[in-house]
Structures are given as structure tokens and as C-alpha cells.
Design a protein around this ligand. Structure first.
Ligand code: MIC
Ligand code: SF4
Length: 644
């Protein structure tokens, strides 16, 4: 039987397990990436593993998130990352060089290789034919130390793209359509593989827009074949030598096949407050808009920003709109500066930021009270933009640009303009903002500022878990709810005790105080708990507050792993209706938890307050069980090191 592209890459990297959906597999990781807001933690953990030089083919540390330097904190973290990277054999991408995913695609990605990144949008690399997976910082640190990455072998879903996009319908509309079809939990436990005649018309940055936002489906990753389009892109980046052809076998078998005719797609938008709340732009036209934000790792390629520049050329941004542009990389910004595109953007009134994540993670440019903000980003969760009452719509760069001119959400096909943006034959490939590591053995001093505090560490699991239900939350709670990130909090990513004071506060401002009052306890959640980012702070902050277990209808993949890595027990209801029975402040007890977990049968949770019992699944793999019993991954690694 033929193999899918995913199976081919997994087969090539399989170090443990069998390639059957549902069984645990260990993968050899070729490349890693970190960014600064998850990176400090990842490198602290790497240091704790006492590894001298990273064991990967390539590891890169990017600075792209914490770019506002209101105080010393972010600059301290940048210095720490720069020095620790240099010491351990990691390349360092300086602040200003761009967003990790975009720069990695441009300068480092290699078709057929595996990439593990401490950021949920690492699957952007799938645009170039990499198997690129997002994970918590500790998993990435372990991969840098040469450990395999363990996952449950996902199902492989084939999305066959046919036809060709019509003018003013964009790659963003393709992934919004997939989100409309599958929803934000439709990709959990799955890898999405794109094939079909239609992919020949999609450039690598367009493909990367699609794989990037596969994160919003909850998918393990998304991938496109490596074909002539990939070759042309790599050639234009001066890296043709890393290209190899990588296609699925013609008789490859998939777990599910979905067909999308590109020629039938319309410009789409995800309405507040979820990326799967998708409708046609034409159906919600004329909503008055206060802010337009263009950029992010989803949509700030050269082509994206040149289209925006052509739409804005010679015009002025609507008087009621603030247009902000955050370019994805120095390469793109520099090329636009040289070809006049940047001048067109500035002349039209765009507010130009440095290359980085910027407003996507609420680092500045928070909209006004009750404002409507139209963004080319990937997430529109409530409050993520920095303003709780703002309404965020996600759209393509074409829709965003015309909207900035009209002041109303506008279907870009109303433009009487022929866009003419071609892929450059040659990108401006200058890696002067990437610093190679010091040669192995060099004595590099690692600089640690006062912002870097020790991270909480768990103890081995005791005989029983008991505690109050500190909070009960609904479906689709994001890590932005669990551990909010914005310009005020992001600087404290290396200071978990401080961050913990804000844990789950968007759901209930009392949560941290409750947790302290009751000496920790238990969280109860609905479906897809912990969707969104890879930040392990969404597990470390609850750990800091004494949370012992999280009971939900289902978990998002990365957050579940982060809980396990932190030694917090994740359980799901055998009977989801039991969720309704539990109330906040109920006293729960799980007796003989170690034995119950080891037996592998449903776990009995007693509700002492209501005199009820619930059955819960743990679904722990052997490796996960070891971590939970040991009180987290670091304890397992330390044990292993002791034995060496
Ligand atoms: C995000 O888009 O939410 C982030 C910020 O990039 C996160 C990582 C983080 O929280 O630092 C992600 O997507 O993993
Ligand atoms: Fe940065 Fe936004 Fe991409 Fe996260 S989603 S990596 S914050 S640009």
C-alpha cells in the first residue's frame, strides 16, 4: 500500500513505536526553533539537563514576541537567550529580524525534515514540506538534548484542492473555509495533508498561510508536498541545494478525504471570538471598522504586503481607521523599502511597526473600547488584542487593505484594480541578523538578569488527590484565558510566581486567590480545554497555585502534554454528562491515584460534597504515565541523568 507524505517523513524519523493511528511513536527531531516568550523557559530547562551542545542538525532561537521594552525585563531575557544560545550551539535571530515561523521558512526550512518549535504555529514549516510540530518549551529543550519527541500517531486527513483561486480570493480564505468545515477542534489528533491539482497555483508563502492556521484546527500539523513550486521558492531564497522532491504515493491511503474547489471560494472572515466562526465577507459587509492590523506569521509575506501596498498606493486610510502593519521579516521589510512598496504604505497613512509579532499577541496597538478590529492574524479570542470589549474579525490581506480604505468591512472584489504581484525571482537573502553560535568549547558567559526567576517544579504524585473544584469553565477555553498574554504580562514569562497572579482571571478574577485560600485544588473544563498557544505557562501557573488535576470533556493536544510535563493529572469524563453534575467548590477525592492510573481502567473520582462518583479516562501512554508518577518530565530527565 502506498504511503502518504506524512507517513514517509514519519517512517524516516521513527525511533520508537509503530506507525498506526493511536499508538505512541518517538520521532527523531532534525531542527528546533524557540521564540523569546517561551524560549527563556526552554533554555532554563536545557541548562537543567546539563547538555553542553545541542544534538540537533540545527537549532535557532528567535526574538520576535517580547519586542516592547517598557522596562528592563524583555531586554534581560533577550540577553539571556543570546548568550545561552551561543554557549549551547544554537543560532540566534536578533530582534528586528522577524517572526520565527516566517524567517525559518525563508532561511532554514528543509523539505522532508522534522522541526519542533516552542510555538503553536510551528506548522508554518509544512508549507515547505517539513513535518513541523508545535510543543511546550520543555519538549523542545528535550529535543535539543537529543531526545525523541513522542506523540500519539495521528490520523492523516487529505484535503484535495482542485481548481484555482479567483482574483481577490486568497490562501487565507482557503484555511478559513477549512476552519468552517472542521471547527477549532476538528483537527485534534490529526495531520492535514494537502494535495490535488490546485496546489500548483499556490506559492510557498500561500501554502504556509494555510499550514500556519492549521494550528487553529487543533491539528498536530499540516503539510504540503515539496514540488517544483517549493524548488522555485528555495531557489529564489538562494537555497536550492536543500530541495528534494517529496510527494505522496499515488495510491496513498488516508483516514479521511475532503475536497475543496478553490475556484468556488469567496472572501471569508472569522467573526468574534473564534477562528471557526466563519462567514462570507459579503454577508457581514458594512460593519464599521476602527482598526485594521496587517501582519503576523499567517499573513505578512512579501506577496501579502505587496498586494496591500498596491491596493493602498495613491490613496489615504479612512479617517476613522487606524491601519497598523507589522511585517513578518526583515527580508520582506527590506525588499519593500527598496522597491517603493513601503513608501506607498507610509504615504497612505499606515503605521509601520518593526518586524515581529506585535499586535497579534497584544504587544501594543490595543484597539479602543468596543472597537471593531479587522486583522490578518490567526486568532481572535476575546481579549487577546489587549482590549476586552473589542471585536476582532480575521481576514485576508486583500480584504484588510480595502477595509482600511473604506472604513467598513468590505469584500475586496468591489475594487476596480488588477493586482499584479509576482513571486520574486530572487529574494534579498542577507543573514546578517542571524548570529551563529560560538564554537563548541568556547567559554561563553550566560547573562541572567533579575527578571529570571526559578520555575515551579512538582513532586512525585502522592497516594491520593483531593481538593476543591476551584473553577468550572465552558468549552473551548484557550491558553489566552488560562495564562493571558499582553504587553503588561508578556515581560514576565521568566517569572512564573508573578504570572500566576493572573492565571484564569479572564474567566474568574478570583481564581488565583481561591487557589491560594484552598491550598490548590482541581480545575473542571469542557471540550477542547487549552486550545491555542503552546505556552507551558498555562500549566506552570496552575502548578504554582497548587492545581493537582484538570477534569475536562476533552483537551487540546499541546496543553495536555504541558500539563503532563508539569505533573498535573489530565482526566476526561467517560460520560460527558457528568460535567453537569459538578459545581464549583465541590470537594473531590481520587483515592489510590497511582494504582488507579497504573491499572489503566477508568479512574473513580468521588464527589464528597454531592455523594457522587464519576468515571474518568486518563488515556496516558506509558511515557506519560511515568512522567505523571514522577511529578513531571524534568524529574524523569533528572533521574535518567543520575543513572548515566
Ligand atoms: C501565540 O500566538 O499565542 C503565541 C504567543 O505565539 C504562543 C506562544 C506563547 O504563548 O509564547 C503560541 O502560539 O504558541
Ligand atoms: Fe507571533 Fe502571532 Fe504568530 Fe503567535 S500567532 S507566533 S504571536 S505572529
Amino acid at each position: 500500500m502506498g504511503l502518504s507524505l506524512t507517513q514517509k517523513i514519519i517512517k524516516e524519523h521513527l525511533v520508537e513505536g509503530v506507525m498506526e493511528a493511536g499508538s505512541e511513536i518517538g520521532l527523531r527531531i532534525d531542527q528546533t526553533l524557540t521564540q523569546d516568550s517561551t524560549g527563556t523557559m526552554a533554555y532554563l530547562q536545557l541548562e537543567a539537563m546539563e547538555i553542553d551542545q545541542v544534538k540537533t542538525k540545527l537549532s535557532v532561537a528567535y526574538i520576535d514576541h517580547n519586542m516592547l521594552q517598557e522596562g528592563f525585563e524583555n531586554a534581560d531575557d533577550h540577553k539571556y537567550i543570546q548568550t545561552v544560545a551561543s554557549k549551547h550551539g544554537v543560532y540566534f535571530s536578533r530582534p528586528g529580524n522577524g517572526i520565527c515561523h516566517q524567517v525559518h521558512l525563508e532561511r532554514f526550512g528543509v523539505p522532508g525534515q522534522t522541526l519542533l518549535g516552542s510555538d503553536s504555529h510551528t506548522p508554518t514549516g509544512g508549507g515547505i514540506g517539513m513535518l513541523a510540530i508545535g510543543a511546550g518549551g520543555l519538549d523542545v529543550a528535550a529535543a535539543m538534548a537529543g531526545e525523541p519527541y513522542y506523540i500519539t500517531m495521528p490520523q492523516v486527513v487529505n484535503i484535495r484542492l482542485t481548481g484555482k483561486l479567483r482574483p481577490f480570493v486568497a490562501a487565507k480564505d482557503v484555511i478559513l473555509e477549512v476552519l468552517r468545515l472542521l471547527t477549532v477542534k476538528g483537527g485534534v489528533g490529526k495531520i492535514i495533508e494537502y494535495t490535488g491539482d490546485g496546489i500548483q497555483y499556490l506559492t510557498v508563502p500561500e501554502r504556509a498561510t494555510i499550514t500556519n492556521m492549521g494550528a487553529e484546527l487543533g491539528a498536530t500539523t499540516s503539510i504540503f508536498p515539496s514540488d517544483n513550486v517549493t524548488k522555485e521558492f528555495l531557489k529564489a531564497q538562494g537555497r536550492e541545494e536543500v530541495w528534494t522532491e517529496l510527494l505522496p504515493d499515488p495510491d496513498a491511503k488516508y483516514d479521511q478525504v475532503i475536497e475543496i474547489d478553490l475556484s468556488k471560494l469567496e472572501p471569508l472572515t472569522a467573526r468574534p471570538h473564534s477562528p471557526d466562526n466563519v462567514v462570507e465577507v459579503a454577508d457581514v459587509q458594512n460593519i464599521k471598522v476602527d482598526q485594521v492590523a496587517i501582519g503576523s506569521c499567517t499573513n505578512s509575506s512579501y506577496q501579502d504586503l505587496m498586494k496591500v501596498a498596491q491596493i493602498l498606493k495613491g490613496k489615504t486610510v479612512h479617517p476613522d481607521v487606524s491601519l497598523v502593519i507589522s511585517p513578518g521579516s526583515k527580508q520582506v521589510l527590506n525588499m519593500l523599502a527598496l522597491n517603493g512598496g513601503l513608501a506607498d504604505l507610509i504615504a497612505a497613512g499606515a503605521r509601520i511597526l518593526e518586524a515581529g509579532c506585535g499586535p497579534c499577541i497584544g504587544m501594543g496597538q490595543a484597539p479602543a473600547t468596543d472597537a471593531v478590529s479587522v486583522r490578518t492574524f490567526n486568532r481572535n479570542f476575546k481579549g487577546r488584542c489587549g482590549t476586552d470589549s473589542a471585536e476582532v474579525y480575521l481576514v485576508s490581506p486583500e480584504t484588510a487593505a480595502i477595509t482600511a480604505l473604506t472604513g467598513k468591512l468590505t469584500d475586496p472584489r468591489t475594487l476596480s484594480l488588477d493586482l499584479d504581484v509576482k513571486m520574486p525571482e530572487q529574494f534579498l537573502a542577507d543573514d546578517n541578523m542571524i548570529i551563529p553560535p560560538a564554537p563548541a568549547g568556547t567559554d561563553v558567559e550566560v547573562i541572567r538578569g533579575p527578571n529570571i526567576k526559578p520555575f515551579p517544579q512538582n513532586v512525585p504524585l502522592g497516594g491520593q488527590i483531593s481538593g476543591k473544584v476551584l473553577i468550572k469553565v465552558e468549552d473551548n477555553i484557550t491558553t489566552d484565558h488560562i495564562m493571558p498574554s499582553n504587553a503588561k504580562l508578556l515581560p514576565y514569562r521568566s517569572n512564573v510566581p508573578y504570572l500566576a497572579e493572573f492565571c484564569l482571571t479572564p474567566c474568574n478574577p478570583e481564581f488565583p486567590a481561591r487557589a491560594k485560600e484552598h491550598n490548590g485544588g482541581i480545575i473542571v473544563g469542557g471540550e477542547n480545554y487549552g486550545q491555542g498557544s503552546s505556552r507551558e505557562h498555562a500549566a506552570l501557573a496552575p502548578l504554582q497555585l497548587g492545581v493537582k488535576a484538570v477534569l475536562t470533556k476533552s483537551f487540546a493536544r499541546i496543553h495536555r502534554s504541558n500539563l503532563i510535563n508539569s505533573g498535573i493529572v489530565p482526566l476526561t469524563f467517560v460520560n460527558p454528562a457528568d460535567y453537569e453534575q459538578i459545581s464549583e467548590f465541590d470537594e473531590l477525592v481520587i483515592e489510590n491515584i497511582r494504582e488507579q492510573l497504573q491499572a489503566g481502567d477508568p479512574i473513580i473520582v468521588k464527589n464528597v460534597t454531592k455523594n457522587q462518583e464519576y468515571q474518568m479516562n486518563s488515556n496516558l501512554s506509558e511515557k506519560e504515565l511515568t512522567m505523571i508518577l514522577a511529578g513531571g518530565k524534568i524529574n524523569v530527565i533528572k533521574e535518567k541523568l543520575k543513572k548515566l
